[in-house]
Design a protein. Structure first.
Length: 565
């Protein structure tokens, strides 16, 4: 096993991870970055499933009445009492400065007629979202350019399998490379920037490497997770190409029907609520929310698909063939459709989604988790020496998350995590001796690499993903969540007998992580016997009021932490 000693280990190569690495490098730390993929394309930040990403910064450029205080109010309101207002304030206050930083590094925000294309994001009260083509790709590439010529070390195709905890402190990690070799990192501080857990679900708007690794690593190490029941989901195109279906499409009120041409919403809406009213509400925000009348759209679509009323590709039909976008769809108007239509039209056509020739086929997809590791203002988790940033971290968002806030949060807390990790590593240099905790991590890793059995890790993952998509994504209930837990535990017992690698070195490790995250999310959702934001309980469809205005905390009991996969 190769041993790599460094000041700071960053796990993940998206916006949050690369920003943390840059900051630590600038402050004089020796930095190593472990990525499951390749530098510049690993993780969700560079995964292109949408025409443009919003970047929320309340600098008042489009609306002079906007500012960090208004931005904070929006975050807290959307959070419905479960976000950490201190962390939210950090994001709102520091986001405007990052616009100048990014532009100085070569990032180009969209403009029309020499004016920035700034739109109003989901759940926001003001237009503050700068638009970026290519999602976070430009940001990641700009940071890589800043790091050229520095001694930073990248370890690609590397899955971190276990954190090394010595006397309650994280002192490193054990990892496996795709070629089957193993690596031990001994460091002063570790930053988890591993993204979310979108691939826990059958339908996902995340790349294949986003499997909840950071949540599972931290949970097994004894760190607290918060708000894990709040899972963003929304509509996406399933065929012939994968794409987010952004909210402004609904403002034209297109027909929506199943494979037998039955209207999906017909007979499903409560008295007094029309399909037009649903779509009007949906046009202002992409993610599903139990707080909005548009919730019936995702519920109805998910219901149709689980009942087998979908197309052969697993979607319902959204028909734009007879819809005509107004000639006034130009920059400077007040609607998202008019602001974004030219970019959307170009994007759909580039993906082979010719909406003028045939209906789009859409379904409900997992998008992002609003929770994660519990962190403080320094990005430190509840385990000493372990930090988190980006979607791996919980607290800056709550029950619903503002559109455009994630990239800004990645930049803000990525910088903070890099700075804090450098300070911590100065106080606690990397371990110089191999401890019992290190040897235990090595044994755990080696046992998985030698794993054999009758079950394929990939087939067990597929079964789990189907179960979570049906029971944990949109429509939840006590019965569904217990079904999800039962299936998760049954698959875990099967995995304990041994799984075949089938040439996929990472598969058994990812399966372990996905099983753990499925259990944590299901248990958190069972505890919250109400509907709030992105969490919807069919058996408790109402918001529970002030009695539920607090985060759900998940922490492994000692016995579970000691269990070896």
């Amino acid at each position: 096993m190769e041993v790599i000693r460094s000041d700071v280990l960053v796990v993940g190569g998206g916006v949050a991870g690369m920003r943390a690495a840059l900051e630590a490098q600038r402050r004089g730390a020796a930095v190593v970055v472990a990525l499951k993929g390749c530098v510049g394309s690993s993780g969700a930040s560079t995964y292109r499933v949408t025409e443009a990403a919003g970047y929320g910064a309340a600098d008042g450029r489009r609306d002079p009445t906007d500012g960090p205080a208004v931005h904070l109010d929006d975050i807290v309101h959307a959070g419905r009492g479960v976000c950490d207002p201190t962390l939210a304030e950090v994001v709102a206050r520091r986001a405007p400065k990052t616009i100048g930083d990014l532009e100085s590094w070569g990032v180009v925000f969209e403009k029309e007629d020499d004016s920035y294309l700034i739109t109003q994001g989901c759940y926001g009260s003001k237009p503050r979202n700068y638009n970026l083509k290519g999602h976070g790709t430009q940001i990641v590439q700009s940071i890589i350019r800043q790091l050229r010529g520095t001694p930073i070390r990248y370890v690609e195709h590397c899955l971190v399998a276990e954190l090394v905890i010595e006397d309650g402190r994280c002192v490193g990690a054990a990892a496996v490379l795709r070629d089957g070799t193993s690596v031990l990192f001994l460091v002063g501080a570790t930053v988890l920037a591993t993204g979310g857990a979108g691939r826990l679900f059958e339908r996902s708007l995340n790349p294949s490497d986003v499997t909840g690794d950071g949540y599972a690593l931290a949970y097994r190490a004894g760190a607290e997770l918060i708000n894990m029941e709040f899972m963003q989901c929304g509509f996406g195109v399933v065929h012939p190409a994968l794409s987010i279906l952004n909210s402004w499409i609904w403002s034209v009120h297109p027909p929506l029907y199943d494979r037998d041409r039955n209207e999906v919403l017909k007979g499903f809406l409560p008295p007094g609520l029309s399909a037009d009213a649903c779509m009007h509400a949906k046009a202002s925000h992409y993610p599903f929310s139990s707080e909005s009348p548009s919730r019936y759209m995702e519920i109805a679509v998910q219901n149709a698909l689980t009942q087998g009323r979908g197309s052969e590709n697993g979607g319902v039909f959204l028909d734009l063939r007879e819809v005509r976008v107004p000639d006034s769809a130009k920059r400077g108007s007040s609607t998202l459709l008019q602001d974004m239509w030219a970019i959307t039209d170009q994007w759909l056509r580039s993906r082979g989604l010719d909406y003028r020739e045939r209906p789009l086929e859409i379904a409900c997809f997992a998008h992002a988790i609003n929770g994660g590791l519990r962190i403080d203002e320094r990005a430190c988790s509840t385990v000493e020496g372990l930090l988190a940033a980006g979607e791996a971290a919980g607290g800056p968002h709550g029950a619903d998350r503002l559109g455009g806030n994630m990239l800004a949060t990645c930049m803000v807390f990525g910088e903070i995590a890099g700075r804090s990790a450098t300070e911590i590593s100065t106080e606690h240099p990397e371990a110089q001796t191999v401890s019992s905790a290190v040897r235990q991590a090595e044994r755990c890793l080696e046992s998985r690499l030698r794993s054999t059995g009758k079950h394929s890790a990939s087939s067990l993952k597929t079964r789990l993903q189907r179960c979570t998509w049906q029971n944990l994504l949109v429509v939840r209930s006590g019965e569904k969540l217990r079904c999800c837990l039962d299936t998760t535990r049954e698959i875990r017992e099967q995995a304990k007998t041994g799984v075949r690698l089938d040439g996929e070195i990472f598969a058994p490790f990812e399966l372990d992580n996905m099983l753990l995250v499925s259990e944590v999310m299901s248990e958190a959702a069972l505890k919250r016997t109400e509907s709030r934001g992105s969490h919807y309980r069919q058996d408790y469809p109402s918001n529970g009021g002030d009695s539920w205005r607090s985060p759900t905390v998940s922490r492994a009991p000692e016995i579970r932490r000691r269990e070896q996969p």
